[in-house]
Design a protein around this ligand. Structure first.
Ligand code: GLY
Length: 564
């Protein structure tokens, strides 16, 4: 009797778990057509994947806080959005901790191996940026797991093994390929399909790329995550995974050593902030580019814009020069351990005034190059019932990073070395020609465009936002923030608005093709070289009102909002 009851219960449990798994899969498959916005009262996650958002929410429903949820969400994104992020990469976590009413910034960006120098990226005596973009030399020391572990140890209330469960289950039992991931696999198939790791996970038996909706499995990653237990740093930076990673890279000409892994440390950094029209806006300091978003906000602040439309020529003709000047000043940004970055000076009233003047009379005679748009990197926002707020931007850099996957680990490796200046005058994958400040040096962290942001009003968090898309992160996060703070749009409306991007060099304004035709022609008549592009960046955001959370993901990339 007892045995049959147990058997019955076991059978039911299997069915229930299979059924709930199916529901999750179906939910993720329909995510692109799922409403991009959602409301909740207590807690919410907005992410670039419905399953990742659901995982974060589940954690909070079981008593976890926003940092616990951020760890679970990150790990799931590493499985389901493997072309953009994962434990082979690194990121930034901006945390507002309500109990002590303080902000914390965690930098778990990758760093250059200690044995690399600019000379490592010469071919036939000339700098070759491709070496920093694809292959073993492109791989910087991953920071993701060290960062998640540090965040959890400081603020978490749950154990790592509780938070990795959903990622393990998805990697082991299968996860649906999203339309965006399917596109990424197709785009990079020529580079990755011949590699056993990629081939096992992202291609079918005939060697063809998995289509959207197909179920992929990454058993090696599931086993690795399982093995991490409650001490991910031990295995990944000192143990079996460390050896597997270093052996794989050594076999492929890499320079990353066991010592690089053992010595990797995430860094707690004080967030930086400015006051903008009565809001206090916080972001990560360098090597993040959050300061550039703040600088552009301050340049814009001296003129009211709320009476203009967010897609009007007048507003955009005002915004674009400020954006361009912000990118000019980005040349001073780099790893603060190696270069003195004058953040306070760049945000000072006198500099803002001067930068504004320069912006408005800037000569734009620079040759044009098409900007590469890339959707590597992933962002998500979390708010919990205590009104703790976490914004995470995490990356392996461009699509599928270095185009290397360690087969026995199921881990895709970053190509974060490409975020450095390989040599003066040599543009990177995003056509950013960067300054000497960001040159390669052993142990240095490359400059990032990632700009997680939290805005406050009257001492209360009111807005969380962040994005992906290389340098378009800066312009996209900026515009989604302005669209909410100035134009009073909801997160969904703010994200849906057509965006523009100008990074100073090349001399070109990129504008999304759904910008009104009249705005395109007005900007061109004003002398702007405007190029129409299908999409710029992907942002998610949560508006935090006292009684309601309103979140949205970006349909440009797909995602999910889960709230309770
Ligand atoms: N790898 C993209 C960024 O950090 O900006």
């Amino acid at each position: 009797m007892l045995t049959s009851q147990i058997a019955y219960r076991l059978k039911s449990a299997v069915w229930i778990s299979a059924f709930s798994f199916l529901l999750c899969v179906v939910a993720d498959l329909v995510s692109p057509t799922r409403s991009q916005a959602s409301d909740a009262r207590h807690e919410m996650v907005a992410a670039e994947g419905a399953l990742a958002a659901d995982a974060g929410l589940e954690v909070m429903k079981h008593g976890g806080n926003a940092v616990d949820a951020a760890v679970a969400t990150s790990l799931v994104l590493g499985v389901t959005n493997a072309a953009s992020c994962g434990i082979g990469g690194g990121g930034f976590m901006l945390i507002y901790w309500a109990q002590d009413h303080k902000l914390y910034g965690l930098d778990y960006r990758e760093r250059a191996p200690m044995t690399v120098t600019p000379a490592s990226y010469l071919r036939d005596g000339k700098p070759d940026e491709r070496l920093a973009r694809t292959g073993a030399l492109a791989v910087a020391v991953p920071g993701e797991l060290a960062g998640l572990d540090a965040a959890l140890r400081r603020f978490g209330s749950m154990r790592f093994s509780q938070l990795s469960r959903q990622a393990i289950r998805l990697a082991r039992d299968g996860f649906p390929i999203s339309p965006h991931l399917a596109k990424d696999i197709r785009l990079t198939a020529a580079d990755i399909s011949h590699q056993p790791g990629f081939r096992t996970v992202f291609f079918n038996d005939a060697g063809l790329p998995l289509q959207a909706g197909a179920i992929a499995h990454n058993p090696a990653l599931a086993a690795l995550l399982e093995r991490l237990g409650n001490d991910p740093v031990q295995d990944f930076y000192h143990g079996k995974s460390a050896h597997q990673l270093v052996d794989y890279l050594a076999r492929n000409g890499g320079l990353l050593t066991l010592r690089d892994l053992a010595e990797y440390r995430p860094i707690w950094r004080s967030p930086i902030s400015v006051e903008y029209r009565g809001y206090q806006v916080y972001t990560m300091p360098p090597p993040s580019s959050g300061g550039i978003v703040l600088e552009i906000l301050k340049m814009i602040e001296s003129e009211p814009i709320a009476h203009l439309a967010a897609d009007s020529p007048r507003y955009l003709a005002y915004l674009v020069p400020m954006m361009r000047q912000g990118f000019v000043d980005r040349s001073a940004y780099a790893d603060p351990a190696y270069v003195k970055v004058p953040v306070a000076q760049l945000l000072s009233a006198s500099h803002i005034l001067q930068a504004r003047e320069v912006a408005l009379r800037k000569n734009r005679a620079v040759p044009a190059i098409a900007v590469v748009h890339d959707h590597g990197t992933s962002n998500f926002c979390v708010v919990d019932r205590h009104r703790n707020v976490v914004v995470v931007t995490t990356t392996i850099n461009t699509i599928f990073g270095a185009k290397m996957m360690v087969p026995e680990m199921g881990v895709v490796l970053n190509n974060e070395m490409d975020d450095f200046t390989v040599a003066p005058g040599v543009p990177n994958a995003f056509k950013l020609t960067q300054s000497a400040a960001n040159e390669i040096a052993p142990g240095k962290r490359p400059l990032s465009s990632m700009s997680p942001l939290i805005a406050f009003r009257d001492g209360r968090p009111v807005l969380a936002a962040g994005g992906s898309g290389g340098p378009t992160i800066i312009s996209s996060v900026l515009q989604v923030t302005l669209n909410q703070l100035d134009f009073r749009l909801t997160p969904a409306q703010a994200i849906a608005q057509p965006r523009v991007h100008d990074q100073a060099d090349p001399d070109m304004v990129l504008a999304e093709s759904n910008l009104p035709a009249a705005t395109f022609s007005a900007l061109r008549q004003m002398g702007y070289r405007v190029k129409s592009v299908s999409e710029l960046g992907a942002v998610n955001s949560i508006r935090i009102d006292p009684e309601v959370l309103m979140g949205a993901f970006d349909q440009r990339k797909g995602g999910g909002v889960a709230g309770d």
